[in-house]
Design a protein around this ligand. Sequence first.
Ligand code: SF4
Ligand code: SF4
Length: 189
Amino acid sequence: MSNPHHTEDNSLAGKVQKHTGVKVSRCYQCGKCSAGCPVSSDMDFPPSLLIRKLQTGFPKHEEEVLRSKSIWFCLTCEMCIARCPMEVDIPPMIDYLRGESMRLNKANPAAKNIIRFHKAFLNSIQKTGRLYEMGLIVDYKSRSLNMVQDVVLAPSMFAKGKLKILPELIKDRKNIKQIFQKTLKNKHK
Ligand code: SF4
Ligand code: SF4
């Protein structure tokens, strides 16, 4: 039976918690994550400030988070979680925020090539079950219309066996398809 006193937390912080299990309320703003983050100086808000904005729950702050460059500049290096005394797991939180930012058409224009790479990467995993570098490069280049950049590197990469012409497919691609379908379904809940 449903609990009549239960009210769903529709704030962005509430959605982060529901979808990733990350509780931003645990953060007490010590700043260790921002101090250790290798790209915080390129971000518009360092990770601790992203969290602070989520904690306030103000729509203006949530909007700033979803439109920020920070969520796209994150390298998922996990330095922040390694340093955090409260175990606030920032990388999955940022991953969720990226999805929301794209879904709501709020992605920062400065991140457009990062987003193209992100889509090409997921496309490769969805189709082959693993990273197919050649397909990823062609997909990314066609999305970014930047066909000639780095092309001189290709021959030496072929020679060293770093690039394969044909993809290696995993056996159980049906499972990968189901994971993508399930994730897309959950995202729209
Ligand atoms: S995972 Fe992202 S936010 Fe955390 S330290 Fe690395 S780049 Fe910074
Ligand atoms: S290290 Fe953890 S507690 Fe400290 S500011 Fe970052 S998220 Fe908050």
